[in-house]
Design a protein around this ligand. Structure first.
Ligand code: HEC
Ligand code: HEC
Ligand code: HEC
Ligand code: HEC
Length: 414
């Protein structure tokens, strides 16, 4: 072959290789770009509709929709009739149901008894992905708006935007009350560990709170600590009470589902667990392993929720939970009966014209304490399981304070 012919072939070969490599680079880049621009980037920064996220995370969307099966929300009064007596003078005495699936939050808050609507727009703070947006839009005025003013603006239940950053899917906090409470404790929001976040996303809502008397802002009473005793001390020091009991005459504070506070300091929390470890265990959807997004009783899937750590078998674990809960319930009923008796004794004393006013005040102060410790244990979810020793401790304080209130109220009319 002539040398010029060989040169031509080599040149052609080089051209072919250059073309092929360029094509590869071009297509590789193009594909890579599709992947980079991919699903996450297309979720709007303020996407409140979880179905829109679901398009990109179909397995998580399937799991989320299974929350529809969690339909039961019986009245608390069925198992705790004394609630209506101790809550007299508040909307809680008119209607108070146990919680159910996250997807029902809007339906349930909108159908609540009118007596419970006095808290106004604040009611929606823990019910909707739209709440943080409304707080931004209306500023401090949000907390002063009425229930009816907000009602028609809010349609989306609890969902993806409440716990995730749509760009990175990282866990994040969206509720000002929690962020502010952590900041007052000197915690830096961007230095929280992932394991802490796996509980703190829940602590945005599963906590006790009050409405600040001046601004009506949802506020966490955590500045002195997270135990029932530390929270009551905080209220006492702020001279705060929420209502006056119409029968007993006592200035009272209302506890709310202190699920996070109660869990803190428990056996499981001190062993390093977070809410998501039991309530969002790994499950398989199709061929994908994901964190379950069905927020429910872990007893519905003990195999995933507990037996990763406990080798004792599902039946044993369920029995342990039921035993703890039955013992808590029995103690709680004793505390409930004692607080009701204190209310009745206070009533008689208040109707006695010759009553010793100082002693009556002392009896009321004891009633305030007793009712707080009972309420705190009673409205916290899990029926005592999250922290059996702290719960029984609080209930025994409630029984003691109630009996002292009864004795003092009687002494006041001698
Ligand atoms: C109540 C809070 C909460 C809500 C609401 C929520 N998630 Fe999650 N999500 C979590 C937690 C906690 C994890 C575990 C994260 C970890 O351990 O790093 C998680 C993990 C994920 C992951 C990472 C993969 C995995 O399975 O661990 C994806 C993706 C995800 N969620 C998508 C969604 C989508 C889509 C929605 C709405 C349909 C949603 N999440 C709603 C709390 C939530
Ligand atoms: C934005 C507020 C919010 C966040 C965040 C949130 N929850 Fe909830 N959760 C609620 C409300 C409100 C209900 C009750 C809904 C109803 O009954 O309509 C509820 C219900 C539940 C239930 C069902 C209770 C039952 O009796 O069936 C479980 C379990 C639960 N949440 C666990 C969690 C866990 C675990 C996390 C964190 C990973 C979390 N929640 C985060 C507000 C929230
Ligand atoms: C060690 C496992 C475990 C951890 C961790 C845990 N829980 Fe639970 N949780 C349970 C069990 C067990 C129940 C009782 C379920 C029952 O009675 O059917 C429960 C009940 C609940 C309920 C009521 C659900 C129902 O169906 O009655 C809520 C709400 C809840 N937990 C929220 C939380 C939150 C919020 C955290 C973190 C602060 C948390 N849990 C941490 C195991 C756990
Ligand atoms: C990530 C690991 C882990 C998971 C998940 C877990 N546990 Fe535990 N559990 C522990 C550890 C650690 C202890 C402390 C005692 C020990 O070392 O065995 C403990 C202790 C207990 C105890 C005895 C202490 C007490 O407070 O009464 C019970 C009962 C219990 N777990 C039930 C459960 C149930 C029910 C579930 C599922 C809803 C569960 N655990 C999920 C790790 C776990």
């Amino acid at each position: 072959m002539e040398a010029s012919r060989i040169k031509q072939l080599v040149a052609l070969g080089v051209v072919a290789i250059v073309v092929m490599v360029s094509a590869c680079v071009f297509f590789f880049n193009r594909n890579n770009q599709v992947a980079l621009e991919g699903p996450q980037g297309e979720i709007a920064a303020d996407e409140t509709n979880s179905a829109a996220w679901g398009q990109f995370y179909p397995a998580h969307w399937d799991s989320y929709q299974d929350n529809m099966a969690n339909t039961l929300n019986p009245s608390h009064f069925e198992t705790k009739p004394y609630m209506q007596i101790i809550y007299a003078g508040t909307g809680f005495a008119a209607e108070f149901n146990e919680p159910r699936g996250h997807v029902y939050s809007i339906e349930d808050v909108k159908s609540i008894d009118p007596a419970r609507r006095k808290a106004g727009a604040s009611c929606f703070t823990c019910k909707s992905t739209q709440a943080p947006g409304m707080i931004k839009e209306y500023g401090d005025h949000y907390y002063l708006m009425s229930f009816d003013e907000m009602k028609d603006k809010i349609t989306e239940p609890i969902g993806c935007l409440d716990c995730h950053d749509p760009k990175t899917m990282k866990l994040r906090l969206t509720r000002p009350a929690l962020i502010e409470a952590l900041e007052r404790q000197g915690r830096s929001i961007d230095k929280l560990t992932n394991q802490e976040m796996r509980s703190l996303v829940c602590a945005q809502c599963h906590v006790t709170y009050y409405f600040h008397p001046d601004t009506k802002e949802v506020t966490f009473p955590w500045d002195k600590g997270l135990t029932a005793q530390e929270i009551l001390t905080y209220y006492d020091e702020h001279n705060f009470s929420e209502w006056v009991h119409p029968v007993a005459g006592t200035n009272l504070v209302k506890a709310r589902h202190a699920d996070y506070e109660t869990f803190m300091g428990s056996t499981h929390q001190s062993a390093g667990l977070a809410c998501a470890d039991c309530h969002m265990p790994y499950i398989t959807v199709g061929n994908k392993k994901i964190s379950s997004h069905v927020w429910q009783s872990p007893l519905n899937n003990i195999e995933q929720s507990c037996t990763a750590c406990h080798r004792n078998g599902a039946e044993w674990l369920k029995n342990r939970v039921r035993t703890i809960q039955a013992q808590v319930k029995q103690t709680q009923d004793l505390a409930g009966a004692a607080v009701v008796e204190a209310i009745n004794e206070l009533k008689i004393s208040r109707e006695t014209p010759t009553v010793d006013k100082t002693k009556l005040q002392e009896a009321m102060a004891l009633h305030r304490e007793a009712q707080w410790y009972l309420d705190y244990a009673m409205v916290t979810n899990g029926y005592g399981f999250h922290n059996p020793t702290a719960t029984l401790n609080n209930l025994s304080i409630a029984i003691d304070k109630a009996h002292k209130a009864i004795a003092k109220a009687r002494e006041a009319r001698r």
